[in-house]
Design a binder for this molecule. Structure first.
Ligand SMILES: *[C@@H]1O[C@H](CO)[C@@H](O)[C@H](O)[C@H]1NC(C)=O
Ligand SMILES: *[C@@H]1O[C@H](CO)[C@@H](O)[C@H](O)[C@H]1NC(C)=O
Ligand SMILES: *[C@@H]1O[C@H](CO)[C@@H](O)[C@H](O)[C@H]1NC(C)=O
Ligand SMILES: *[C@@H]1O[C@H](CO)[C@@H](O)[C@H](O)[C@H]1NC(C)=O
Ligand SMILES: *[C@@H]1O[C@H](CO)[C@@H](O)[C@H](O)[C@H]1NC(C)=O
Ligand SMILES: *[C@@H]1O[C@H](CO)[C@@H](O)[C@H](O)[C@H]1NC(C)=O
Length: 392
């Protein structure tokens, strides 16, 4: 008896994050990132959250981040552009988050579509010095990624590129307008309208940008599934205002809005959503959470990730008010580093039907630095199988 209790205790202590449990009555109590199940050990009977791989915490609302490798992602803050005369700033090839895409014909080739700032100007001059680039990694999805080509001129920012099965094309949503950037690193207040461009391959040619809506920070998601072959696009934007369109060209109709207070400096202040649909058909968003700015006089860290979820696109949407991840990154070399900024969350998922998050991509900035780069951090355990399966 005592031995079996001791063994059980040992077994529980060895449980990975993904089985961490908290009391619940509905799957919403588990952030729709797991199931609320009967706990056979509990007397009297009780129900606890059983989290899906990649998520942990009492309510399964935290990303189970694994250590990152230093130098991974797209970190070119110390690069100098080729012509020194064109170099108006000192922030290298700073960048700010993006999407990882596995090449459709060469599975060992990974692309990162990211926003880069020209002329060494850095994040402070994001508007109008930002343009979209494609970077490549032949060393796996974590990178390191190297610059391959420009996909747009200025001012184009916050790109989200994906393969649209319904259209047989890549779609790339961005914010911005086509303008010539000035010969300096001064910021300009251009409008942030959302546009789309399409291409047969990631290398292009990319079509001229078509203006879709007056909004900012696009988070598109194709409604297409093998069982429901539709060209419908779901488009979440700032403050989780959600639109749908019968096809990517539009027209876009607003169908829902966040039910919480989205005002600046409210405790539910968040920006830059990333939207996805899970294996159960439920909807989720990660966003940049600004709770420390509210509670700590403008400090941007460490609670930087917000998770929101809904059974149905039209809601009700829920937001458990704690961070889904923070800005302290553990590295494989055993060190940890707290970043000043960690924003623009985007996930790369397993390509089986499980929709397991494998990597988190963020635009980041070190404490005390004005330069910025794009960090890739693995999640949970499944990314290991994915990389091994590809021979990395
Ligand atoms: C990114 O590059 C900068 C400049 O080389 C370096 O100081 C920083 O440690 C790098 N960050 C990571 C996470 O690799
Ligand atoms: C920096 O970006 C420029 C394009 O703006 C590119 O020509 C150059 O190759 C980049 N450098 C690296 C090392 O990525
Ligand atoms: C872009 O957005 C701005 C406001 O942010 C608006 O005034 C302008 O009309 C929009 N541009 C176009 C072409 O719709
Ligand atoms: C676009 O949106 C901005 C910000 O919400 C608003 O101030 C502006 O009036 C809008 N412009 C148009 C043309 O709808
Ligand atoms: C939303 O938050 C703002 C900022 O904290 C506050 O001023 C405002 O009263 C709140 N609105 C509501 C409806 O609670
Ligand atoms: C950040 O999150 C990690 C888990 O990913 C946790 O171990 C650490 O204590 C957190 N740090 C802060 C400052 O909250």
């Amino acid at each position: 008896m005592h031995l079996s209790i001791a063994l059980l205790t040992l077994a529980l202590a060895a449980l990975p994050h993904s089985l961490a449990t908290g009391p619940c009555t509905t799957d919403e109590d588990c952030s729709l990132n797991g199931r609320c199940v009967r706990d056979c050990r509990a007397r009297p009977a009780a129900r606890v959250c059983k989290c899906d791989p990649g998520w942990w915490g009492e309510d399964c609302g935290r990303l189970d981040l694994a250590p990152a490798r230093r130098g991974d992602g797209y970190n070119h803050t110390s690069d100098v552009v080729p012509q020194p005369a064109d170099y108006y700033g000192t922030q290298g090839n700073s960048s700010w988050g993006g999407t990882i895409l596995q090449d459709r014909s060469d599975p060992r080739l990974f692309h990162l579509v990211t926003a880069q700032f020209g002329h060494g100007c850095g994040l402070g001059a994001w508007r109008p010095q930002s343009f979209v680039v494609r970077a490549e990694s032949r060393t796996g999805p974590r990178g390191p990624y190297r610059f391959a080509q420009k996909l747009s001129g200025t001012f184009r920012h916050n790109p989200y590129a994906f393969w649209s099965e319904a259209d047989g094309k890549y779609l790339m949503y961005t914010i911005g307008v086509d303008v010539e950037a000035p010969d300096n690193c001064k910021g300009v207040k251009w409008p942030n309208n959302i546009s789309v461009s399409v291409a047969p391959t990631l290398q292009g040619p990319w079509s001229p940008f078509q203006l879709l809506i007056n909004g900012t920070n696009p988070a598109p998601w194709p409604a297409y599934t093998p069982h429901h072959r539709t060209s419908e696009i779901i488009l979440a934007t700032e403050d989780l205002t959600i639109y749908t369109a019968p096809r990517y060209q539009g027209p876009y109709t607003q169908i829902s809005q966040a039910p919480w207070n989205t005002s600046d400096y409210s405790p539910t202040w968040a920006e830059d959503p990333f939207l996805w649909r899970d294996k159960r058909g439920h909807w989720h968003a990660l966003a940049h959470y600004m709770i420390d700015i509210v509670e700590h006089g403008g400090r941007k860290y460490p609670r930087v990730g917000a998770h929101m979820f809904a059974r149905h696109l039209r809601g009700p949407w829920h937001f458990h008010q704690h961070e889904a991840y923070n800005s302290t990154v553990s590295f494989t070399d055993g060190t940890a580093q707290t970043l000043n900024r960690r924003e623009r969350p985007k996930l790369f998922f397993s390509s089986d039907r499980e929709m397991t998050p494998l990597y988190l991509v963020n635009g980041v900035q070190d404490l005390g630095s004005k330069a910025s780069y794009t960090l890739v951090q693995p999640i949970g355990e499944k990314w290991k199988e994915f990389e091994k399966g590809l021979g990395f």
